[in-house]
Structure formats: structure tokens, C-alpha cells
Design a protein around this ligand. Structure first.
Ligand code: HEM
Ligand SMILES: *[C@@H]1O[C@H](CO)[C@@H](O)[C@H](O)[C@H]1NC(C)=O
Ligand SMILES: *[C@@H]1O[C@H](CO)[C@@H](O)[C@H](O)[C@H]1NC(C)=O
Ligand SMILES: *[C@@H]1O[C@H](CO)[C@@H](O)[C@H](O)[C@H]1NC(C)=O
Ligand SMILES: *[C@@H]1O[C@H](CO)[C@@H](O)[C@H](O)[C@H]1NC(C)=O
Length: 322
């Protein structure tokens, strides 16, 4: 009898501790809004659809916003905060300045979502859902998005500069910057397949097309013609990350790498005689393998340090703290 009572109270104490631990590390879930805002998905999708119909590149730009948000203090919409005279955000950090775009679309989504369910959906979840919708609309895989993130009240300019890999990175640096976020080298190679859509500026591919040797020489010449050698001139001239189909989400990015037509130095590093060559080859042979690994990577990336429970806030305006 005595042992049973002790056993029972131990059990209750253990359950209590588990419950405590659970509130401090609440999990994202695909059903988070199923009672509070079932309409969130159609609201996000219709705005993303309209934005991509207006400009195909926007799908790429939105996908990149999610990546640049998640790599800096987690997927907490810190990237969306505007600079003010008393607040330094992330938008002016080197990987973002003059490059990240699509904030007006995120604002329009927020307006639509708040019309459906005022004050319920975080800007961080809007980024996650809009990124998925962008991939699907451009022909890529679908998945159920885990939600329940809340928005930060802070941002990190230095985090944006230090955590987001520059295009000059070698394979070891790419791998270590992803590892720092809890993502494997395999995730890194799969997520880089996002470069099957979108554009890059001359300033980010100049050194690769003029100075690198692991590049097809006729491709290098073509890209040089739109990107003056001297830094400062034509810095913002654009070229497609996937040379043939920059508005279609498929495995062509990897096909480019195998023929040494990656646009960025960092892209070609994934197929340059190293440990990731075989993974690149496997995605060339099987688009469905790429899609499956990309989805796994996106879900893992979306899980980076979310604010949940009573942490953070649901911003009224994605550009500022309440
Ligand atoms: C592996 C390391 C990565 C590096 C070094 C890198 C670097 C870059 C650079 C330099 C650009 C061009 C920016 C500009 O010139 O304005 C770019 C564009 C882009 N990146 Fe990445 N990126 C990486 C990974 C990713 C990941 C993981 C995603 C998403 C899952 C992503 C999505 C995109 C997209 C979609 C664009 C085109 C955006 C647009 O057209 O507006 N990138 N990236
Ligand atoms: C951001 O880019 C603008 C325009 O190129 C430039 O004037 C400004 O100095 C940059 N800001 C930072 C913090 O690098
Ligand atoms: C990149 O790698 C070099 C050499 O291993 C190292 O010195 C440097 O700190 C790394 N940079 C990043 C951003 O990881
Ligand atoms: C190519 O490399 C040389 C030597 O490091 C450097 O001086 C030059 O600025 C580079 N050119 C480009 C376009 O990156
Ligand atoms: C480089 O690309 C061109 C155009 O696609 C192709 O004809 C050529 O064979 C390639 N060169 C090499 C060395 O693979």
C-alpha cells in the first residue's frame, strides 16, 4: 500500500514536471489554427497567387524571405521589422541590403489574414505558409506547414551578417553555417535547390564568372556580358540562378551544377569534386528524391527556434513591434 502511494505520487510529480517542460518548449503543429483561423490558408494563398501572377519572380523572393528570417534568431519574423531612428533591424545587413524583396506582399497577406481572423496569425507563420505556397504555385512539392510561431520584439543586424552564408562561401563554410542552425549537409544541398527559381545581382556572381575555373567557359562569357568586370559598375544587373527556367521549381538547378553552370560560387561548390557531388547527381536522376529532401529541409528550417506559447507576440503590423 505504502509503495503504491509513493509510486502514484511519483507518477503525478513526473507528469507535473513533463507538463511544465511542455509549456516552455511548445511545439509547432499543422493544426494550430484549426479552431482559431481555418481561413488562414486560403487567405495567404490567394494573395500569393495574385502576386506571382503579377510578377513571377515574387515566388522566389518570398521563399528567400523565409530562409533569411529563419537563419537569424529563428523563424520569428525578425527580418520583417523596419529600421527606425531608434531601432536597427536586419534589412540593411549585407545579405539583405538591396536584395531582399516582397515585403509589400507580406503586408497584403497580413491585411487579408487579419480580415479573416483579427489578431490571431503571426507574421512568422505567414512567411512559412507563403513560402510553401510559392513553391507549389511554381511547380514544386506541397507539404503541410507546421504553425504556431509568434513574432519577435527584436531583430539582429549582426546575426543577419554572420549567420546567412555569403555567395563566396566554400563547401566547408556552407556546411558549418547550416550546422549552426541544426541543419545537416544533406539539408543544405537539398535546400540550395531553391536556386532553381529567382535572380541574383552581378555583385554576387562577378567573381565566379570572371575568376573561377570550375565554370563552363561559354556560360561564364555569357554571364560576363551582363556583368561588368569592374566592381561598382552594373552591380545590380540581374541574371537567373537557373539559367533556363528561373520561374519553374524543378531539379534543373542540379543539372546546371553538373554541367558547371552554377551562377554563384557557392552553388558550384556543391558539385566540385567533393562530398556532395553524389547527392547532386541523385537529384539530377530523381526529381522526386529532390522534392522529398527539400520538403524535409523546409520543415526542419521552419522549426528553428520558434517563439511559442506566451513568448513573443502576434504583431499587428509585420513591420513593427506592437
Ligand atoms: C546555401 C547557401 C546559400 C547562399 C550562399 C545563397 C545566396 C544567395 C544569393 C547571393 C542570392 C542572390 C541575391 C542577390 O543578388 O540579390 C540568392 C538568391 C536566392 N536565394 Fe539563396 N542562398 C543560399 C541558400 C538559399 C536557401 C536555403 C534558400 C531557400 C530555401 C534560398 C533561396 C533563394 C532564392 C529563392 C533566391 C532568389 C530570390 C529572388 O529572385 O528575389 N537560398 N541566394
Ligand atoms: C545599403 O545599400 C545602400 C544602397 O546601395 C547603401 O547606400 C548603404 O550604405 C547600405 N547600407 C549598409 C548598412 O551597408
Ligand atoms: C570559413 O572557413 C574559413 C576557413 O576554414 C574560416 O576561417 C572562416 O571563419 C569560415 N567562415 C565562416 C563564415 O564560416
Ligand atoms: C579576380 O582575382 C584577382 C586576384 O585575386 C583580383 O584582383 C580581381 O579583383 C578579381 N576579379 C574579379 C572580377 O573578381
Ligand atoms: C559549355 O557549354 C556549352 C553550351 O551549352 C557547350 O556547348 C560546351 O560543350 C560546354 N563546354 C564544356 C567544356 O563542357
Amino acid at each position: 500500500m505504502k509503495t503504491m502511494a509513493t509510486g502514484a505520487s511519483r507518477c503525478i510529480a513526473l507528469l507535473f514536471l513533463l507538463a511544465l517542460a511542455d509549456t516552455s518548449s511548445a511545439q509547432l503543429s499543422t493544426s494550430f489554427y484549426s479552431s482559431s483561423c481555418l481561413g488562414v490558408y486560403s487567405a495567404v494563398k490567394s494573395v500569393v497567387k495574385a502576386a506571382i501572377a503579377k510578377e513571377k519572380r515574387m515566388g522566389a523572393s518570398i521563399l528567400r524571405l523565409f530562409f533569411h528570417d529563419c537563419f537569424v534568431q529563428g523563424c520569428d519574423a525578425s527580418l520583417l521589422l523596419d529600421d527606425t531612428s531608434s531601432f536597427q533591424g536586419e534589412k540593411m545587413a549585407t545579405p539583405n541590403n538591396g536584395s531582399v524583396r516582397g515585403f509589400e506582399v507580406i503586408d497584403a497577406i497580413k491585411t487579408a489574414v487579419d480580415k479573416a481572423c483579427p489578431g490571431v496569425v503571426s507574421c512568422a507563420d505567414i512567411l512559412a505558409i507563403a513560402a510553401r505556397d510559392s513553391v507549389v504555385i511554381l511547380g514544386g512539392p506541397n507539404w503541410n506547414v507546421k504553425v504556431g510561431r509568434r513574432d519577435s520584439t527584436t531583430a539582429s543586424f549582426s546575426g543577419a551578417n554572420n549567420n546567412i552564408p555569403p555567395p563566396s562561401s566554400g563547401l566547408a563554410n556552407l556546411t558549418s553555417l547550416f550546422a549552426a542552425q541544426g541543419l545537416s549537409q544533406k539539408d543544405m544541398v537539398a535546400l540550395s535547390g531553391a536556386h532553381t527559381i529567382g535572380l541574383a545581382r552581378c555583385t554576387n556572381f562577378r567573381a565566379h564568372v570572371y575568376n573561377d575555373t570550375n565554370i563552363n567557359s561559354s556560360f561564364a562569357k555569357t554571364r560576363q556580358s551582363g556583368c561588368p568586370k569592374t566592381s561598382g559598375s552594373g552591380d545590380n544587373n540581374l541574371a537567373p540562378l537557373d539559367l533556363q527556367t528561373p520561374t519553374v521549381f524543378e531539379n534543373n538547378y542540379y543539372k546546371n551544377l553538373v554541367s558547371k553552370k552554377g551562377l554563384l560560387h557557392s552553388d558550384q561548390e556543391l558539385f566540385n569534386g567533393g562530398a556532395t557531388d553524389s547527392q547532386v547527381q541523385s537529384y539530377v536522376s530523381s526529381q522526386s528524391t529532390f522534392f522529398a529532401d527539400f520538403v524535409t529541409g523546409m520543415i526542419k528550417m521552419g522549426d528553428i527556434s520558434p517563439l511559442t506559447g506566451s513568448n513573443g507576440q502576434i504583431r499587428k503590423n509585420c513591420r513593427r513591434v506592437n
